[in-house]
Design a protein. Structure first.
Ligand SMILES: Cc1cc2nc3c(=O)[nH]c(=O)nc-3n(C[C@H](O)[C@H](O)[C@H](O)COP(=O)(O)O)c2cc1C
Length: 332
């Protein structure tokens, strides 16, 4: 199973807790274009999280559960105890993980209160200890990476934080080019990523506001990065990874991609409902996820009515089950 190849352009599907779950990943795997994905975080709190518990939350860690397309999936852990993180990483491998990522970027208040995620950006020594414990616990064939923000409030903090990740023995680092305090405010600091990349000896995956192939090209030019992680952009354009591949003259993976964004989104929603139909035909889960998906597109885009046709919006609004959603979407 391959994850990040230092010598090749790599497109990584970002973790998005509550959005990018097993059914959604099945859709992205089906549409293709990504090299691997990172799971939503597993919170390592008071005790070791067992393989069974991990698989309950991330059933596709062991293999595809909706459809048959495969997307290598890296398991992400979040916690502040080196011992528990290391023991849970081993459980993760029992559950099927072939790569582990450690979350040092989550800004959610519930996580920060318990000193995990972005809270650790303020204690780089703790970052080194956690990465080192996880790295040491696993065989070398299992890559261990870390995902950080630039810092707590100053983008320049990234120099020390990234060095702490490297010192812990991580195989690569993903940098969301904002500080914790910046939340999701528009604007990312590619200059800070460029500086860190020049100083580190491990590969850097650039992340943040990569919504179009042009933005990826700009990021590549400004940072020198060849590895990119895409989150919200895939919700607006489910074929974004293909656009990026085409713009970088990488081999095309499929020929049947609709030109218009609205048709891309429509096709994405249809495939999503179809892939999960057997398991969730009469449940409201998928329609509510599609509503959330369209809502998030609305958050990052002013032109939702143009991006999603009126019929699809109406279908999404009315449908209560996957079957209804499919019927309404297909109604002329
Ligand atoms: C709803 C949501 C959930 C997220 N969950 C996670 C998570 O579980 N782990 C993580 O490392 N980052 C998480 N992130 C952050 C994303 O992985 C990514 O770093 C961020 O959205 C910036 O990338 P983008 O501009 O391409 O979306 C989440 C982001 C969103 C919007």
């Amino acid at each position: 199973m391959s994850f990040l190849n230092p010598n090749q352009t790599t497109l990584v599907l970002a973790p998005m807790e509550g959005v990018m779950d097993a059914p959604m990943r099945a859709l992205i795997a089906d549409l293709g274009g990504f090299d691997y994905g990172v799971s939503e975080f597993v919170r390592v709190g008071q005790g070791v999280v067992t393989a069974q518990q991990i698989l309950r939350d991330i059933p596709d860690l062991y293999g595809p559960v909706f459809g048959s397309a495969k997307l290598p999936l890296q398991l992400q852990l979040l916690g502040d105890s080196p011992e528990l993180m290391a023991a849970t990483a081993i459980e993760g491998c029992i559950a099927g993980a072939r790569a582990i990522d450690i979350n040092f970027g989550c800004p959610a208040p519930t996580i920060l209160r318990r000193s995990g995620g972005a809270a650790l950006l303020r204690t780089p020594c703790a970052i080194t200890e956690i990465v080192s414990a996880v790295r040491t616990a696993l065989p070398a064939v299992i890559p261990v990476s870390a995902k950080i923000r630039l810092g707590w409030e100053d983008p320049n903090e990234v120099d020390v934080i990234a060095r702490a990740v490297e010192d812990g023995g991580a195989n690569w680092i993903t940098i969301h080019a904002r500080t914790k305090q910046e939340g999701y405010r528009p604007g990312v600091h590619w200059d800070a990523v460029a500086r860190v990349k020049a100083r580190l000896s491990i590969p850097v995956v650039a992340n943040g506001d990569l919504f179009t192939a042009e933005e990826v090209a700009r990021c590549a030019a400004e940072t020198g990065c060849t590895h990119f992680m895409i989150g919200r952009g895939i919700l607006k354009n489910p074929f974004l990874a293909h656009d990026i591949r085409a713009s970088q003259s990488l081999p095309a993976l499929r020929a049947d991609i609709p030109a218009q964004l609205s048709n891309r989104l429509r096709l994405g929603i249809e495939r999503y409902a179809a892939l999960t139909r057997d398991q969730a035909a009469n449940s409201g889960f998928i329609p509510s996820r599609v509503k959330q998906w369209v809502g998030m597109v609305r958050d990052i885009s002013d032109d939702v009515p143009r991006d999603v046709s009126r019929e699809v919006l109406t279908a999404v609004k009315r449908a209560r089950t996957t079957s209804e959603l499919l019927d309404l979407i297909h109604r002329p």
